[in-house]
Ligand binder design. Sequence first.
Ligand code: GDP
Ligand code: IMO
Ligand code: MG
Length: 436
Amino acid sequence: MSDQFPINKAAVGLQWGDEGKGKVVDLLASQARYVVRFQGGNNAGHTLVVNGKKRVLHLIPSGILQPGVTCIIGNGVVIDPEVLVQEIDNLEKDDVPINPSRLLISPGAHVVMPYARVLDGCREEALGGKKIGTTRKGIGPTYEDKVARRGIRIADLIDPTNLRQSLESRLPEKHRILSEWYGAPIQDIDELLAWAAPLAERLRPYVTDTITLLHQAMESGETVLFEGAQGTFLDVDHGTYPFVTSSNCVAGAACSGAGVGPKDIHAVVGIAKAYTTRVGSGPFPTELLGEVGEAIRAKGMEFGATTGRPRRCGWFDAPLVQHACRLNGVTHLTLTKLDVLSGMPDLRIATSYGPSVSGVPANADALEKVELSWETMAGWDEDITACRDWDALPDNCKAYVERIEELVGVPASLLSVGPGRSQVIPRDPIFKRATS
Ligand code: GDP
Ligand code: IMO
Ligand code: MG
């Protein structure tokens, strides 16, 4: 990889989400002019800890705390306008100014309507013991409507005549599904228009042709960072179907979700935790159901940033992350939360799914049944949260990282040793520039 700039990067999660994408994007944003979210919605919760202050972002890209960065919510994102307005207000209260030089919204992004949220909850309840464990934010129903060509887009939201017409044609069906099938409440057209009007007023100034803007910026040599949400195994195509989200989360989705071509992305930063977590239902081969899993949850503070649910915890799964590196074309691996493993007497790594399994089965039942091979490595006791270079790390920690690199096949070019922006060990020039 050349060290020529600008290098446009995509930053994506390699496991089941919550890998620390927010932290890494905040860091990398220091060398970007634009940071673009390209999929997902406010099912995401991206945590930034800067100068000791913690913030969780759900829709606004994680570059917003870097001065001089313009954040873009791309066409591939689904936007709950209530949540976005609230997020803008919260940041402004915190002295982070938000205006159209800091935030732009694609008119092509779809709107999470109130009935989509209700439907998400109804569908989950109807599944009973077979719940997906969604965030109930309306993400699935909104993407369904998008693909079925009956969605409401930001362009419709900010145009009251258009919105009325769109709702007139869509509401009868929603009404039947919600009130007749599920017995749930649904707002009528006037209530929905009254809900939309003030939100549209607030968001209209930010809506612009983000695609032409991005291309003009790239042509004049500006750097763009594409921020993924969720993780590779929550991807609707490549994840543990049906226990997935409703969008493509892999790096390739940055192209369709932001309106750029593959040649516009020069490096793919894949982010993995030094162990594994998952929120919601679905297979998890290396899950730890006893005390060790609880210890990791407590030390890593593994509770969902969006729903507060306890995250399921397990050992590092090398075949999973290796496969994710292929699916995303990862050029730079980041390992986060290494500090959480300090004090564990020994660490286990799953190294194989057995001779008859190739890749990672995309079917939940098949992944449930894989036969894991394990390696055990000696742990380390030292607190590593203050380490800032490779040589300062304990030997056993270095050996753990090196073994993961070997198994996964991509160099770990950034190690994260704490939630703070500066708690990193850069091992590649693209990160050295971000931290200097
Ligand atoms: P995201 O969804 O991928 O952005 O990740 P989340 O923000 O949902 O979850 C990651 C959590 O780990 C957040 O609470 C971060 O502040 C925290 N975090 C990130 N990197 C590190 C790290 O290296 N060490 C520790 N201890 N916490 C970290
Ligand atoms: P970030 O960007 C972790 C999970 C949900 C559920 C499944 C489907 O913070 O990493 P959905 O509401 O999307 O229909 O739920 O996906 N999920 C996440 N898990 N991190 C996320 O985002 C997630 N977004 C969705 O828990 O299992
Ligand atoms: Mg998260």
